[in-house]
Design a protein around this ligand. Structure first.
Ligand code: ADP
Ligand code: MG
Length: 350
């Protein structure tokens, strides 16, 4: 990146940067007043309730500038928040973006970050309606607040799972965690930039796995379809590994669960790259973070309907276990013996 760009950010100043961000925003009729006033004004659709969630992404904790190109970092910053709204069955609508930017960060970086953020916004019909901008002496700090809406009886909480419900997940698990291992192995930790666009299975599958880490795709259409059917008793997005995340459903629903090891969905690229490593693959798939798939529960009589409606969305869905009445989540091997999991998802402070 040209060094002159860092001077440009300095010259632009806070308000210049805000105007530059605002210029790229595509608005929506629900936004009455967007960026530029003291507060944004938006209109909820008739009969809908507001869903709100916020996430922070800190340099060297959630991302590394050496791994994450700015475009995909921008996409992911919003994707993880959209995923939270989706996991509640909500329609993502409005986002606030607060940035603390090291003053020597090149302007090109901020431009590419915003291009990625606003592309993810457009793809999901989310409008950026405000935020805050300041300088940072402790690396890049990104905070995203997202709002969505939904009819009250379509909102899906973590707390509704019932004993004997099936446990389901969308897509495949462990790809992002394996992608992280692959990124860590890259010489000097530097990923060729800008290498991987879309979810194409490029090369030997390394691109696919790394892209699952750097550019997750929130399962909005699948989540909204599930919410509409009202077949789902509880739902969560898989951000910390399915074992930990299903664990949240179990805890908040006052139930337990049994997960069948053999039924954990693994991608072809995941299988290929972990062939010959006996224990590691399932550890990654159960406890690796950042898949951003959906984990949900539903009565066993809904099996066919769930498969059919996910097929319509073009999303794979797999039944991975059964909700148990007694607390505690166990993973069971095909021979019926218990599988011991070493790490239960990512946890700050531990
Ligand atoms: P205030 O001083 O009232 O906090 P600011 O000067 O921080 O206002 O912000 C001016 C406007 O620009 C507000 O509408 C705010 O929401 C918006 N804004 C500031 N930073 C960002 C950002 N990073 N992304 C989007 N909008 C922003
Ligand atoms: Mg402000």
């Amino acid at each position: 990146m040209p060094h002159s760009s860092s001077t440009a950010l300095f010259n632009l100043g806070e308000f210049g940067l805000i105007s530059r961000i605002a210029a790229g925003v595509r608005t929506h009729e629900s936004v009455i007043t967007g960026i530029g006033d003291d507060a944004a004004v938006t209109a909820l659709s008739a009969g809908m309730q507001l869903l709100t969630s916020t996430d922070m992404l800190l340099e060297d904790i959630h991302f590394r500038l050496a791994w994450h190109d700015p475009y995909r970092l921008g996409r992911k910053s919003l994707a993880v928040s959209i995923s939270d709204i989706a996991a509640m069955g909500g329609i993502p609508r409005w986002a606030l973006l607060s940035l603390a930017i090291p003053s020597d960060l090149p302007l090109d970086f901020v431009d590419d970050f915003m291009r990625g953020f606003l592309a993810m916004a457009s793809e999901n019909r989310v409008v950026l309606i405000g935020g805050d901008t300041c300088s940072s002496r402790a690396g890049l700090i990104i905070s995203v607040t997202i709002m969505g809406e939904q009819l009250p009886d379509r909102i899906v909480r973590r707390s509704g799972a019932l004993p004997d419900d099936d446990i389901w997940v969308t897509g495949t698990l462990g790809d992002a965690a394996l992608g992280l291992k692959l990124v860590e192995l890259e010489v000097g930790g530097v990923v060729k930039s800008p290498p991987f666009q879309g979810e194409g299975q490029g090369g030997d599958g390394v691109d696919f796995l790394i892209n699952r880490l750097l550019d997750p795709n929130p399962r909005v259409a699948a989540a909204l379809t599930l919410a509409e059917t009202k077949l789902v008793t509880a739902m969560i997005d898989v951000s910390d590994g399915v074992l930990a995340d299903y664990g949240h459903i179990a805890e908040q629903s006052g139930v337990g669960g049994c997960i069948f090891l053999e039924d954990i969905p693994l991608s072809g690229d995941f299988r290929r790259h972990t062939a010959g490593l006996p224990a590691v693959p399932y550890q990654l798939a159960l406890s690796g973070g950042e898949d951003y798939e959906l984990c949900f529960t539903s009565h066993r009589s809904n099996r066919k309907k769930i498969i059919d409606c996910m097929k319509k969305c073009g999303i794979e869905v797999t039944r991975i276990g059964i909700v148990a009445s007694l607390p505690g989540v166990t993973v069971v091997k095909p021979d019926g013996s218990k599988y011991c999991v070493q790490v239960e998802g990512f946890n700050h402070f531990t």
